[in-house]
Write a protein that binds this ligand. Structure first.
Ligand SMILES: [Zn+2]
Length: 461
């Protein structure tokens, strides 16, 4: 059978015209023939987009053919063409250039209406799609996926997508206001007069490492955070400390976006590192700093794994060590540091005395000694987690995975050979965090009035 697809466009002046867009000859004998194919849909969408964009651009140019002051018809200087890159392919539209009227009092002699409405030759939605997917998977895979399902120009390269993502991230960066030591603007009396805030906000801040592209440097540190209000969706933030001049501003803006007010309590959960603690200092008047339970259990789990390995060689000692680890976990969970630290000391001493051929015994000894130091250094930040839990308060920002694994994770090639510049990683973190928490689309809708609102689901579990 033959299928003909027509489009009818009615202009703002009331004129209407119908045009043929495409014809398909299709059989109805086999499964593979049923329905529109991907290649047919691409052809159709591209031609449809060409007609729609042409009609819209022509309508806009029509509004600019007369002088806005004296209504005299403007002379045409040239009839150029403009290429506009969209989600449904690259389209080319006529782009006239007019002489300004004599009444016009500007430096330019001519102007082209289309550059007013399309200053950027890439459609916002294409920029959004490229940025979103390249924040999740590599630039190469992004280019392949888009070309597979959409009539995207075959020349779209991974490098173009990289440049576009950089442009989006840079625009977000330029919007960020100046850095400050503190953003608190109220005093204690004023805060008492503020309306009661919503529930508390928990902010997890964590550090991780990304492989460096710079010669003579293997890794550099990235800082990531997750802000979890009680009654609103979570937000992520990410930055490269040694590159970013505004880490506190970044955190402050996330809190502000979530409707935080200065009398609202904030619990900062960290791994105890100085950089992450400094970032959260002087951020909120009603704040507490505690060690994320995740970081304690993660270290205990590592030691439990070693002990399981030891059991093959020395069952009796392994059982004793396993019991000590369970005790430590119990004491720390209940905020009983005195007994917790005593048992950790027992653990370290027992490991020194143990006689075994177990290959990883030294790794276990080292991990236990480091854990002893870790707990000693952070003892002021270890609360009674059990009691917090009983009162329905958070003890961690994530149970299955740390924030740094979620944000840095696969995109930064933890297990691959992917290498990054500090600036490249920092910019990627800006678009990736917004993609993960589902706020990238909203940013585009704010930048481009008229962009059809579209619900965006957070990508991180
Ligand atoms: Zn005029």
């Amino acid at each position: 059978m033959d299928i003909e697809i027509k489009v009818k466009i009615s202009g703002p002046d009331g004129s209407a015209h119908t045009e043929k867009v495409a014809t398909f000859s299709k059989g109805a004998e086999t499964m593979g023939e049923i329905g529109l194919s991907i290649s047919e849909s691409k052809e159709l969408l591209l031609k449809l987009q060409q007609k729609i964009v042409s009609a819209q651009c022509a309508a806009y140019c029509t509004t600019r053919t007369r002088c806005p002051c004296c209504e005299r018809k403007l002379r045409v200087k040239a009839r150029d063409e403009m290429r506009y890159r969209t989600v449904f392919g690259d389209v080319t539209v006529p782009s006239p250039r007019f002489y300004h009227c004599k009444c016009y009092d500007g430096p330019a002699k001519t102007f082209s209406p289309l550059t007013e409405i399309l200053p950027d030759h890439v459609a916002p939605e294409l920029l959004w799609l490229e940025t979103k997917w390249a924040s999740l998977v590599s630039f190469g895979v992004t280019a392949d996926i888009l070309k597979d399902v959409l009539p995207i120009d075959a020349r779209l390269s991974p490098d173009t997508i990289r440049r576009h993502l950089g442009r989006v991230a840079t625009r977000m960066e330029t919007e960020l206001a100046e850095e400050r030591f503190s953003f608190i603007e109220t005093n204690a009396v004023q805060r008492q007069q503020l309306l009661l805030p919503e529930g508390p906000i928990t902010v997890g801040i964590d550090g991780g490492y990304v492989r460096s592209r710079a010669a003579g440097q293997s890794h550099f540190e990235v800082t990531v955070g997750k802000s979890i209000p009680t009654d609103r969706p979570s937000r992520y933030l990410g930055l490269v400390q040694s590159h970013d001049a505004k880490p506190k501003r970044r955190l402050h803006e996330v809190l502000k976006d979530q409707g935080w007010q200065e009398n609202q309590p904030v619990t900062f959960m960290t791994d105890g590192g100085d950089t992450v603690i400094n970032m959260a200092l002087h951020m909120a008047p009603a704040s507490e700093h505690i060690l994320d339970w995740f970081h304690i259990t993660m270290r205990l789990t590592v030691m439990q794994q070693y002990v399981k390995g030891l059991a093959h060689d020395n069952e009796e000692d392994a059982e004793k060590l396993a019991r000590l680890l369970r005790q430590i976990k119990g004491f720390l969970w209940n905020g009983n540091l005195h007994d917790g630290q005593l048992v950790i000391e027992d653990l370290v001493m027992d490991l020194v005395d143990i006689e075994t051929d177990y290959a990883s015994i030294n790794a276990l000894r080292k991990t236990a000694a480091e854990f002893q130091t870790y707990v000693a250094n952070n003892k002021d930040m270890i609360p009674n987690y059990a009691e917090r839990r009983r009162y329905g308060e958070r003890v961690s920002t994530g149970f299955a995975e740390s924030t740094v694994n979620t944000v840095v994770g696969k995109r930064f090639g933890k297990k691959q050979q992917m290498r990054w510049s500090k600036q490249g990683a920092h910019l990627m973190l800006q678009t990736r965090t917004r993609t993960l928490d589902g706020t990238l689309r909203a940013k585009f809708e704010q930048w481009y009035p008229g962009l059809k609102p579209q619900e965006e689901t957070p990508m991180a579990a």
